[in-house]
Design a protein around this ligand. Structure first.
Ligand code: PLP
Length: 483
């Protein structure tokens, strides 16, 4: 029992006042602006040893609140050295996760509003702005009009492409099983297809969806690392003969290892014939379709059941923001809708609104559309196209230098902004060259393995990468390989 004199409801809680927020908020915005100015001077790949960051943090949480300035000081002292600088113009690793001023401000506004948009009624603008910018993107990328929200289809912002592919697999699962898997669980007969080059998120999605990774078929690829449609057709036929139920094919536009583009049109033909769901994963490369001359990457997407690309990879929309569309939302909603009493409301019952809680795994959702809206309005499509064209041009320039040097070779076609290349002397030299570039602090590259050989990857996707950054990596690579 509490002491009768104690009024807990009236206890002083040290909230940040609006005035304090104004002051510290200005400091934080200034800190970020300064970070943008100096990020190029910081070593791109963090140099801390495992445990070094934690060793500098107090073992126990503070009992009393601390001044905000002390936290900002520790940000510089402890956190920044432990960062790999994804926003550095020398970041050429993996696929990018680029960002921009308008996106950061959109995130700040989203946090400031603190809206949770699980239902239309929990913040109508959160839903309607999202629906609207997703329809804008259909137009901007030349995607099929069936993906627009004014028909049976529609788009939704997911956190990541991994969540998007999981949703596609679940929708396919419900369509193939006529709703039986939601009701009674799987019977081990559903199968899913991707290529040997497909991102690991598909394997994870198949496992999470209860389909079982033994029922995932990794179809072989051609010399350009793209899925062979004939091999897909054979795999489906073999499964049908064995009593399996082919459910979903995942085609990739711009694979992670080599930027391979699966022949979506031929794959779509097979999917249509077989009644199999086709999901297209264009995680990074989809952004290129903003440029009409690069829209060839989407040939065949007009027949896909679902499609995803990540504005958080290459479209300046600070992580996280993954855009996912379906041609027909009914199987998706059949897989994911659930309506407890406490969520019932008149707007949902009217059928006139979208409740995005039914379009992804989790219930609650952030106001991500705000940053996407800000990016689209700040840059305009023309501004975004200019960035894409510049990156593709820089990647092609780099590929040209590699190809003209007798000691080096490209290891895969370069359709967009990723160059896969290697020194002809073999794995040891390539490893040495990559390690030297990464140790220099000026740039950061990662690798893959193609045709059994260690292959370096240079992906140009940073907002502020210019020609001289790419020239410098080439210089560092050649010096390291020679040394
Ligand atoms: N698909 C492809 C082709 C990717 O390259 C990646 C990540 O790089 C993913 C999916 C997974 O992306 P996310 O981190 O958004 O789940």
């Amino acid at each position: 029992m509490r002491a009768p004199t104690e009024d807990l409801a009236a206890a002083a809680v040290p909230h940040m006042t609006p005035d304090e927020f104004r002051r510290h908020g200005s400091e934080v915005v200034e800190w970020i602006a300064r970070y943008m100015e100096r990020v190029e001077e910081l070593p791109v790949l963090s140099r801390v040893a495992p445990g070094e960051v934690r060793a500098q943090l107090p073992p126990h949480p503070p009992e009393e609140g601390e001044p905000f300035d002390a936290v900002l000081a520790d940000l510089d002292r402890i956190v920044v050295p432990g960062l790999t600088h994804w926003q550095s113009p020398g970041f050429f690793a993996y696929f990018p996760s680029n960002g921009s001023g308008p996106a950061i401000l959109g995130e700040l506004l989203s946090a400031g509003l603190g809206v949770q948009g699980m239902l239309w009624s929990t913040s109508p603008a959160c839903t309607e702005l999202e629906t609207h910018v997703m329809d804008w993107l259909v137009e901007a990328l030349g995607l099929p009009r069936e993906f627009r929200s004014d028909g049976p289809g529609g788009g939704v912002i997911q956190d990541t492409a991994s969540s998007a592919v999981l949703c596609a697999i679940l929708a396919a699962r419900e369509r193939t099983s006529g709703g039986a898997t939601n009701a009674r669980g799987g019977d081990g007969t559903l199968t899913v297809y991707c290529s040997t080059q497909t991102h690991s998120s598909v394997e994870k999605g198949v496992a999470v969806a209860g389909i079982g990774v033994d029922n995932l078929r990794e179809v072989e690829v051609d010399a350009a690392f793209a899925m062979r449609p004939a091999a897909l057709a054979e795999a489906i036929a073999a499964d049908r003969a064995a009593g399996k139920r082919p459910s979903c094919v995942v085609a990739t536009v711009g694979s992670t290892s080599s930027n391979a583009i699966d022949p979506v049109a031929a794959i779509a033909e097979i999917c249509a014939r077989e009644g199999v769901w086709l999901h297209v994963d264009a995680a990074m490369s989809g952004t290129a379709a903003l440029c009409p001359e690069l829209r060839f990457i989407h040939a065949g997407v007009e027949r896909a059941d679902s499609y995803c690309f990540n504005p958080h990879k290459w479209m300046l929309t600070t992580f996280d923001c993954s855009a996912f569309w379906v041609r027909d939302r009914r199987p998706l909603l059949a897989a994911l809708s659930i309506l407890p009493e406490y969520l019932r409301n008149a707007a949902s019952a009217s059928g006139a609104v979208i409740d995005y809680r039914d379009w992804h795994i989790q219930l609650g959702r952030r106001f991500r559309a705000l940053k996407l809206w800000m990016v689209l309005r700040w840059y305009g499509l023309a501004g975004l196209r200019a960035m894409v064209r510049s990156h593709v041009e820089l990647a092609h320039r780099f590929a040209g230098w590699v190809e003209r040097d007798a000691d080096w070779e490209t290891a895969a076609p370069v359709p967009l902004n990723l160059v896969c290349f290697r020194h002809r002397a073999g794995d040891e030299v390539n490893q040495r060259a990559m390690d030297a570039v990464n140790a220099s602090g000026e740039a950061y590259l990662t690798h893959t393995r193609l045709d059994g050989k260690l292959t370096l990857r240079l992906c140009v996707g940073q907002a502020r990468t210019e020609a001289h950054h790419v020239e410098r990596v080439w210089e560092l690579l050649r010096a390291a390989a020679a040394g």
